[in-house]
Write a protein that binds this ligand. Sequence first.
Ligand SMILES: Cc1cc2nc3c(=O)[nH]c(=O)nc-3n(C[C@H](O)[C@H](O)[C@H](O)COP(=O)(O)OP(=O)(O)OC[C@H]3O[C@@H](n4cnc5c(N)ncnc54)[C@H](O)[C@@H]3O)c2cc1C
Length: 502
Amino acid sequence: MASDHVDVLIIGAGLSGIGAACHLRRDCPDKTYAVLEARDAIGGTWDLFRYPGIRSDSDMFTLGYSFKPWTAPKAIADGTTIREYVRETAREYDVPRHIRFRHRVLRAEWDSDTARWTVHAQRTDTAEIVVLTCSFLFACAGYYRYDEGYTPPLPGVEAYAGRLVHPQHWPDDLDHTGKRVVVIGSGATAVTVVPAMAQRAAHVTMLQRSPTYVLALPARDPLADALRRWLPAKAAYPVVRWKNVLLSTVNFQLSRRAPGLVKRVLRRAARGRLPVGYDVDRHFSPRYDPWDQRLCVAPDGDLFTAVRDGTASVVTDTIDTFTATGVRLASGAQLPADIVVTATGLNLLALGGLTLRVDGVDVDLPNTVAYKGMMLSGVPNFALTLGYTNASWTLKADLVAGYVCRLLRHLDRTGQQVVTPLPPPDAERVPLIDLRSGYVLRAVDTLPKQGATTPWRLHQNYARDVLLMRHGRLTDEGVRFSRAGEMPVPDRTRPPVASERR
Ligand SMILES: Cc1cc2nc3c(=O)[nH]c(=O)nc-3n(C[C@H](O)[C@H](O)[C@H](O)COP(=O)(O)OP(=O)(O)OC[C@H]3O[C@@H](n4cnc5c(N)ncnc54)[C@H](O)[C@@H]3O)c2cc1C
């Protein structure tokens, strides 16, 4: 194993890692690659999460790959269909034979003399350490911890005698038929799980400290349904994809420029789906502006329907304490519960917990600046995939993978081996993820930063990024190309490599 070398090493076999492998196969077929995956399955998020109703909250025409049309009937699709789509794509591009499952990547060390990464992974079944080398390291490890979801302190929880479940670790044996369920949280997971469980439970209560924007959207895309009747999937797909890109961009830009207007529209839409006299302001009108946090989607308004039908209800209050039989609220009200679901979020984790060293110096992630949202200043031959916060993850993942292939071809064409982003010349730094959600704020200090201007600034705008990353120049003031043995970044604070000492 110690002598194993590949041109590109991909970390993670989720939506992004499989997409990256397909891009390599399409654009750089002569490159050797391997995928190291900590789990024993393809799919990442779409294999891990198994809670009732698990589904996308983006449309699959933009959450799908640019090169693989989404042909299933629903635009907002369930987890199983998405998982099967990712697996089918992997099979079509012969990716599975390149994947080494049960390999958790722990650290990677770059050596400028050889222009190689040495990557240390641990087998999750035998604990054996496996060492590989690669010329380019591509982290597609997602953005959160797989082993543990986030649970805030729950006062008095030890007294609770019912089942307490986190959606990230859904037990196979949990039957909620006829049970009283309390779901704590108001994010995308709560908005998904509440109407799904309400179909069989005695009653489901969504207990939230504060409301979230919930937007009802059709689960099927009417334009896609119409076009598919006349056009082959390959022709219909890009049309629907661009229509959805355009709609989400308009929605986001309008939210930024006229938040009051968008608030009113969302409030009116929610009110129209709720019973007459319902306290919309208390339960569905957040204090923050739309897109300060991700908007939640209710396909065909399922959450509103469950509330209207009385199978689910929303309570906006705080927990005083858990009791043996449920939850007592600050208002004094009691919520009896056979099952409590803590839909309280994720623990953000950069690069799947991987640590990096460049020429013997540890990379301090919060001190790095992202270049084009996909490489890190001072870190040679390394890319990471971080999707959009205001649009589908895969739109960005596709662009990043395509850009990596462009870089690799450029290096070959110019006889160089190394590409290293530089930090911006000015000192201004901005958080890499611009959401105000709790899970982002809890981890923002551990993440790389972005700069104030292009190419270090993320614009969260797909059309703009298409121009920048698919058609823009590869050489600019933010990046340095060099040969093996040369110092990748002249002003790095580290000892010079051998070739520079000469
Ligand atoms: C419940 C849920 C619903 C979501 N819905 C949407 C949505 O509708 N639209 C949207 O745009 N986004 C959504 N997201 C965000 C979602 O994570 C992305 O859309 C997408 O699935 C991310 O794909 P990925 O491959 O980058 O990461 P992941 O799906 O997280 O996959 C990462 C893979 O890397 C592996 N890995 C991690 N660390 C290591 C390591 N050190 N060594 C080896 N392997 C490692 C993991 O085991 C995993 O298989 C959702 C997220 C969640 C949790």
